[in-house]
Design a protein around this ligand. Structure first.
Ligand SMILES: NC(=O)C1=CN([C@@H]2O[C@H](COP(=O)(O)OP(=O)(O)OC[C@H]3O[C@@H](n4cnc5c(N)ncnc54)[C@H](O)[C@@H]3O)[C@@H](O)[C@H]2O)[C@H](O)CC1
Ligand SMILES: [K+]
Length: 518
């Protein structure tokens, strides 16, 4: 599903109005009607005598609210309209709909100062539903003063809220919530979902997201050069490699997982097993020589390869020659359980200086990347980086908090500068590409914050890459399936008890769902 920024939505609006001659007031009417439809669904019955509060701001989001108030009044609702500005501050289509609401004698109250909030407190006690038309895509920064206090009152009252276009108090383009924000039961967004609705923390204020058609010409929406997408099953289904009837092992590529260190064989095992379970034709786990017998015990479908090791049993610099020789026609997953031993880190940097095949760089492999991101820029093979916020923070020399507060901007900028596909893990993992595409993943749950989960993802990305998928698609589909498998595991067990191995165990079921209807 395509995602839009506030500016992209405004341009769509303006083009619909200026080139197709669709009056803005018609778009507003359709927006309001879509919200009324959601209200009817909420009450699942006639609206007569239902007590509904409509809170309207001074922009067109408020204008949508006036349309809602009008239709609810017509349906016999007991509507209370609260306006958060002086009527003379309204303009355009919002002012027009305000005048109509006034002509219909819809009761209203101006909420201009904190003193006026007492009326809101009483109304909240009696209302059955609140409609939030305070702020939409025009909102920036943080709600202040009386409006901030009003939002807090609404949230404290605990009554169900339907938000118009966006929960008021969050930013459309980032999902940032810098202060008070409406906690909605449902958000009716118009035309296309705004990016902020699917990024944390904003996504947690949205409730159920409904995308309403407000009669923007579909051909206009389709031809818009929008490059951000919310991942879904259909998107992944159409990208999954088809397994031709006359396929053989070689048809589905070879993943070479390189990593492991004393006491850290589990990471390589998980990555290799996940690659097998994600459709790779062949998988090899390349580990320090001292661990190869352990790996041979732990792996069945995957092969193991002994590499030269340091005195402390980690991969040595002299493994580079073996790796480069083995790299032909493979995809390398470099990092699981690698360790941060100095010589092993030097090995990674030497490898990155002359990348011999598509590579997924994860975990301690990312640790070595710090300071030599430029190596990647010159790679003639695709590179996928899979940092969690802490690893990204170290690569950029900022705090994890800084990363989490600016996930989208940071990941898009880094993908462009480093010329790599960047998977920034965390709640609502985002995948960014050097060309400026962005994929937001809705699957996954906090139970997946468990040791080995990242190794599984790295192996899955490697497997889809090995099957010939474009790097950005391999990363996006793997992220979606990884989260879906984790959701299945949490649903059938619990988030707390979910293990990385569980994620692998549910991959067959998740792939089966994708393969249906192929
Ligand atoms: N195609 C569509 O998507 C349509 C959308 N519609 C609705 O229009 C709004 C966008 O309207 P706009 O007037 O541009 O912005 P808002 O209503 O969000 O107005 C916000 C208002 O508040 C001011 N403001 C911004 N930040 C703050 C702040 N931190 N504190 C206080 N005030 C703030 C800002 O200056 C604006 O004036 C969209 O969301 C839809 O609901 C159309 O109705 C139909 C087509
Ligand atoms: K709103």
């Amino acid at each position: 599903m395509k995602l839009a920024t506030a500016e992209e939505m405004r341009l769509l609006d303006q083009t619909a109005i200026n080139e197709y001659g669709i009056p803005g007031v018609l778009l507003m009417e359709n927006a309001g009607l879509a919200v009324v439809h959601a209200i009817k669904d909420y009450f699942s019955g006639p609206l007569a005598r239902k007590r509904v509060m409509v809170i309207a701001g001074k922009g067109n989001n408020g204008g949508d609210g006036f349309v809602v108030a009008r239709h609810l009044a017509n349906a016999g609702c007991d509507v209370k309209l609260f306006l958060l500005c002086k009527p003379e501050e309204l303009h355009g289509d919002a002012a027009l709909n305000w005048k109509i609401a006034r002509k219909m004698n819809i009761r209203y109250q101006l909420i201009l100062t904190e003193r006026d909030l007492n009326v809101v407190k009483v109304a909240l006690m009696y209302t059955e539903l609140v409609v939030d038309g305070i702020f939409g895509t025009g909102f920036q920064g943080a709600a202040q003063g009386t409006i901030a206090k009003l939002i807090e009152l609404v949230n404290e009252a605990g009554k169900p809220v339907i938000s118009i276009d966006l929960p008021s108090g969050m930013e459309a383009d980032t999902g940032r919530v810098n202060g008070a924000c409406i906690k909605a039961r449902c958000t009716v967004t118009f035309g296309l979902p705004k990016i902020g609705l699917v990024l944390e923390p904003g996504a947690s204020f949205v409730g159920k997201m409904l995308v309403a058609d407000i009669s923007l010409p579909q051909e206009l929406v389709v031809k818009q050069p929008l490059r951000r997408f919310l991942l879904d099953q259909d998107f992944c289904r159409q990208l999954l490699p088809v397994r031709a009837i006359d396929s053989h092992k070689g048809s589905f590529g070879h993943v070479l997982v390189i990593g492991g260190a004393p006491g850290m064989t589990g990471a390589v095992t998980l990555a290799a097993t996940a690659a097998v379970r994600s459709g790779a034709g062949l998988v090899t786990a390349a580990v320090p020589a001292g661990l190869s017998s352990v790996m041979a015990m732990k792996l069945t479908e995957a092969m193991s390869l002994s590499l030269p090791e340091t005195g402390s049993g980690t991969l040595s610099l002299s493994a580079l020659g073996v790796i480069e020789k083995a790299a032909g026609n493979k995809v390398i997953v470099l990092g699981p359980g690698l360790s941060r031993q100095q010589e092993t880190q030097d090995l990674v940097r030497s490898f990155l200086a002359n990348i011999p095949c598509p590579v997924v760089l994860d975990a301690d492999g990312l640790f070595a990347l710090s300071g030599c991101q430029d190596f990647i820029k010159n790679s003639s093979y695709p590179v996928v980086l899979t940092p969690h916020p802490g690893e990204m923070a170290r690569l950029l020399g900022v705090s994890s908090g800084e990363i989490q507060a600016n996930r989208r901007e940071i990941v898009e900028k880094a993908a462009r500068e480093w010329q790599a596909v960047l998977v920034l893990k965390g709640a609502k993992t985002v995948v960014a590409t050097p060309e400026g595409n962005l994929y937001v993943n809705p699957t996954g749950n906090p139970g997946m914050a468990t040791g080995g989960s990242g190794d599984v993802l790295a192996g899955m990305i490697g497997a889809l890459l090995a099957q010939g998928m474009k790097a950005e698609h391999a990363a996006a589909v793997a992220v979606y399936l990884h989260g879906a498998a984790g959701d299945e595991g949490a649903r059938r067990g619990s988030q707390a008890s979910l293990t990385a191995g569980d994620i692998i165990d549910y991959l067959p079921l998740i792939f089966q769902r994708l393969e249906e209807r192929l």
